[in-house]
Design a binder for this molecule. Sequence first.
Ligand code: ADP
Ligand code: MG
Length: 288
Amino acid sequence: MSEVVVIQDLEWKYSNTKEFALRGVSLEIEENSFVGVVGANEQGKTTLISCINGLIPHSHHGVYRGSVQVFGKEVREQDALELATNVGMVFADPESQFTAMTVEEELAFGMENMGFDLSKIREQLDWVSDITMIGDLLDKSPYDISGGQKQRVAIASVLAMNPPIIIMDEPTSMIDPLGKQFIFNILRRLKEAREHTLIVVEHNIEQLASLSDQMLLIHEGKVARMAPPAEFFDDPAYLVERGIVAPEVTEFAYRLRELGQFSADIHLPLDLDNGIEITKSVLDRQHS
Ligand SMILES: Nc1ncnc2c1ncn2[C@@H]1O[C@H](COP(=O)(O)OP(=O)(O)O)[C@@H](O)[C@H]1O
Ligand SMILES: [Mg+2]
């Protein structure tokens, strides 16, 4: 296993604020894993990912201490092209990313910038149109489609450039429920393909938990917790104090366990099917 992101004792203060936004962050992210990032507002999630994609310190002024390495090299020392090659970004507002008149041009534009040849561009175009389900949007204007479709195009244009690390900052926060579901489906396909390291900040804890290899809780500029989902939710009170509510099925099983209904070494369920399995085993035991 190899780590693609290694952060040590990172502290960051924006020049126009008194308080440090990041206050001693250390963590490692494994290649091709899915990291779900959660936390209340203003706790430092966006600041942290900005330190991975290089916006900090390259496009912000402030005080920087500690180390952030992406593929073994300090982000501080990487130039814009190197960073763009390593890390792709999807923001909450997809429109902020658009520059072209049609969706197809939008996708091609990034790939041309990366120096891809025509056959590579064709190949990538087919692949991303399929995975993001935008094949029927290619000749439309990216400004003239629904919010959910815009976000799919934004994701497609990042995927097209094929960065090994893809970061999404609240990618579903501005779109309707059906549109959100499409985005989660794309995330699931990307996760199953295991060809990218995915770092996703998202408030839908249930969806995120079912996708994540590691869940990362950022609180007051620090890592409050980083663990695989089943372990992450093991102390609901700790999470609630930090603004995070576990999926209902997880909370349900946790309370059953507190009542002594099943052993502490059974992992808490993250989805309904898993919850039903555990409930069944509890009931079976009572009836036998
Ligand atoms: N560009 C900025 N300039 C000054 N302060 C900022 C800037 N961006 C964020 N902050 C501050 O840094 C802290 C962390 O913010 P942020 O990383 O955006 O949190 P989150 O993404 O968890 O909501 C907050 O106190 C916020 O006000
Ligand atoms: Mg944010």
